[in-house]
Each structure stands twice: as C-alpha cells, then as structure tokens.
Write a protein of this length. Sequence first.
Length: 155
Amino acid sequence: MQFIVHDAPALRADSDYLAQVDLAPFGFPGLVEQVWLRQLPGGEFALCCIPFRAYGLALRDRVRLGPGDGRIAARTEPAGHRALRILFAPSRDGADRVAALVAGAGLLSEWSGDRHLAVDVPPGADVAALVEAAEAARGTGAYWEWSDVEPFRVA
C-alpha cells in the first residue's frame, strides 16, 4: 500500500482527525490518500485538505467514515467548493505563473511534491485566468482537471 499525504493541509489548524480514501475506485489500485478532517457533531467530519487524487471531494465537504476502518465511506454534504488540480511537467513550465495567480487571488492551495498543485475554488470565485494559465501549461506537458469530473465512490 502506498500513501499520498498532505504535508501542509489548507485548514490544518482546524483539523483534529486523519482518515483515508481508497483510490482504487479511481484507477489507482494500491494507493490511499490520507486526508485531514475536523470532527463535527453527529459523527460527521469536514474535509480540511484539498484532495490530490480522490474524485468527488473538495475542501469543507462533509463526509462519513466507515465502521471502524478509518476510511471515508460517503460524502454526505457538499460544501460548494471545487478543487482544481494541476500536474506540471518535470520542467515545471508554467508552475510559477499559476502559483502567482493562486496567491494573487487569495485562494487556498496545497502542493504534493513540487509538481502537483491542488487549488481550492470557493463558490463564486472567478478563476478564469487560473484555468487559462493551466490550459497554457498543458502545451508544455502539464495536465489539469477538476476533482468533480467523477463522483466520489468507494470500493
């Protein structure tokens, strides 16, 4: 089993729990994403990190864990946020421009290594310039996607 971890979760100060997302349903068998959560009343949790590989989840979404296994079993309520994910080519062409746009827009983001960026897009945020920059980076071998292009599911 290989783990994808969040070294600097967007809402680390709010989190009080770690859980896992099995990535096999999304085409990554043997891979698990460790996510940071905040426990809520009623046995639910809020996501405190921006998913790098799990689909159908975004920052602040409410989730429920499976019985006794520490894995997310369901998304119970979307928060209305989206996650934009960009995997830059080894040359990192376009990464500095995208990072500057993210910072300039005041958006939360997380890096996995130095090439994989996940950006929180809250409701109503204008990210047209960011998407344009991500699309321009595609010409250098980068790849970008929205985390909600597939629904969340479990194995």
